[in-house]
Design a protein around this ligand. Sequence first.
Ligand code: NI
Length: 260
Amino acid sequence: MQKKIFVDSHCHLNDEKFDGELDDVIGRAVEAGVTRIINFGSTLEDSAVVVALSSDYEALYAGVGVHPEEAFEMTATDLHRLETMTRAPKVVAIGEIGLDYYWEKDADRRRLQQKIFIEQLDLARQLNLPVCIHEREAHGDALNILKREGRGLRGVMHCYSGSLEMARELWRLGWLIGLDGPLTFKNAAKLPEIVRAAPLEMLLIETDAPYMAPTPYRGKRNEPSYVVLIAEKLAELRAEPIELIASATTANAERLYFNR
Ligand code: NI
């Protein structure tokens, strides 16, 4: 039987929780069939780290960007630094970028998040790179920005937490949604309904490691090999074979991130 191949389409292996253990963590992922892992930066500094790691490990790819919780006034020089990073051979995306109103309650800071989100969307368009979006409790503004500023862009709303209605709108606009640990939780809320209604070609699987560990590791450190648990849950919820889920989600990640 052919081995099932998975892509962990979003994680943070530069996190200090992996210090000294990367060889083992990546080894376990590859052993589990997770042969490609996309590691995302949150600041200019750790975007540079993520790029460096992608040249150290065959399985690792990189996304570069400034996360909304790290929002700051970006200068032309900062944007140029990001652009320079994307020239490295294994940089496949701009991300993670977006809006986070859960952690940010201040109206001025939220406006700053919107501004740097839009600046980085523009950069992705210029570079013809896909975008990985972080969005928490900012559903309406995120969707409006994508409608207004998203022309010519493609990407994924990672760790999706919106409604089915919003997901349908994203799919119509061509945006995928990313599924992680919360899909496996007993209180998964709307996610089971959303994944049953989804066109399979609009779904990505991801870990967001070290965060968001799926059941039965909830609350512990997450790692890319656990993306298989997300795929298994997706297969169960959709009543489809795991082989189909593996091949389809891998093909979706390839179309978005590896076909340039
Ligand atoms: Ni993330």
